[in-house]
Ligand binder design. Structure first.
Ligand SMILES: Nc1ncnc2c1ncn2[C@@H]1O[C@H](COP(=O)(O)OP(=O)(O)OP(=O)(O)O)[C@@H](O)[C@H]1O
Length: 291
């Protein structure tokens, strides 16, 4: 069988040479490629000492260390743990895997944005800016809507990741004063949404109770011209188990100056915020939450 000009072996699995696969995988999908590889052995995981990877984080992708991908799941765990002090991010194919570092890393600066601007996806170390930039360029060159799906368990860093993406577009896209204000508005809407939609849980002090659909529209020059954020209810895992939290919302609305129905109408017995389980558990005051 010939595949993209190369002889390939089709005995249950397709064998492609890793180095030449960078072109091929753009067309067939990286995940296909990785899954078709023989990764029964974990031996490859131990071929490169962790110190080497820490010194050269840009080499931490499957193109540079094909043998590391013999056992993909074990590799990902080791790979991220080795690199987490440096990047906390890696690729599985075209999927960016990011771990929550639980500390501020110096990797989200404006210099980093410039570094990833216009650079091919696998050319430099894995980063959420690489994903943002790639998506943006695909939208411009293919002239098709693009979508970034962010998924993970509670506290994984989804909200933070979405903010980083918005920040990247706000800073790097062509803009004028009016559009800069738009980028700012999208970013500034987050604290407001979090004030109304977030609460402390066992896993995350700032857990979102709503899924978010963020839509950013660009004009033909690639400048952001509009956008909206749609909140939707996630269901029982987030809301049902914490029924009393609903009582907190009217108080937040009231504190923010909202002129709608007053808290007493919602809370029935007319409890004060300090008497509500959720409002009283956190360390922030009600006023701070609304800031
Ligand atoms: N890239 C990051 N750098 C530094 N800290 C982070 C990063 N990502 C997440 N965190 C920390 O972890 C906390 C939880 O992250 P976040 O709220 O984004 O999780 P989540 O996946 O949206 O959780 P939930 O589904 O419960 O809303 C943040 O408040 C922040 O302190």
């Amino acid at each position: 069988m010939r595949y993209q000009g190369r002889e390939v072996d089709v005995e249950g699995r397709v064998r492609l040479v890793m180095e030449s696969a960078l072109t091929a995988r753009d067309r067939v999908g990286v995940q296909d490629f990785v899954l078709l590889e023989n990764y029964n052995s974990e031996a490859g995981l131990h071929r490169e000492p962790p110190e080497t990877l820490q010194r050269k984080p840009h080499l931490c992708n499957e193109a540079s260390f094909p043998h590391m991908f013999q056992n993909i799941s074990a590799c990902v765990v080791r790979h991220i743990s080795v690199c987490s002090n440096v990047l906390a991010q890696t690729y599985i194919g075209s999927v960016l895997v990011s771990v929550n570092p639980y500390k501020e890393l110096e990797i989200y600066s404006k210099q980093q944005m410039e570094r990833y601007r216009g650079v091919s996806f696998y050319e430099i170390s894995p980063h959420i800016y690489a994903l943002s930039d790639n998506t943006y360029r695909a939208m411009r060159t293919e002239r098709k809507d693009q979508c970034i799906l962010i998924s993970g368990e509670s506290g994984a860093g989804k909200t933070e990741a979405s903010k980083k993406i918005l920040l990247y577009y706000a800073v790097t896209c062509p803009t004028n004063d009016h559009m800069a204000a738009l980028g700012d508005r999208l970013l500034q809407s987050n604290p407001v949404l979090e004030a109304f939609g977030n609460a402390k849980t066992l896993r995350n002090d700032n857990s979102s109770r709503f899924g978010k659909y963020m839509d950013v529209q660009f004009d033909f020059r690639g400048a952001p011209v509009g956008g909206h954020i749609l909140n939707y209810l996630l269901g029982e895992i987030t809301c049902g188990a914490s029924e009393p939290r609903r009582e907190e919302l009217p108080h937040l609305l009231s504190a923010s100056g909202w002129r709608g129905r007053q808290p007493a109408q919602h809370t029935g017995p007319g409890k004060k915020p300090s008497e509500l389980p959720v409002s009283s558990q956190g360390e922030l005051s009600q006023t701070q939450l609304c800031q």
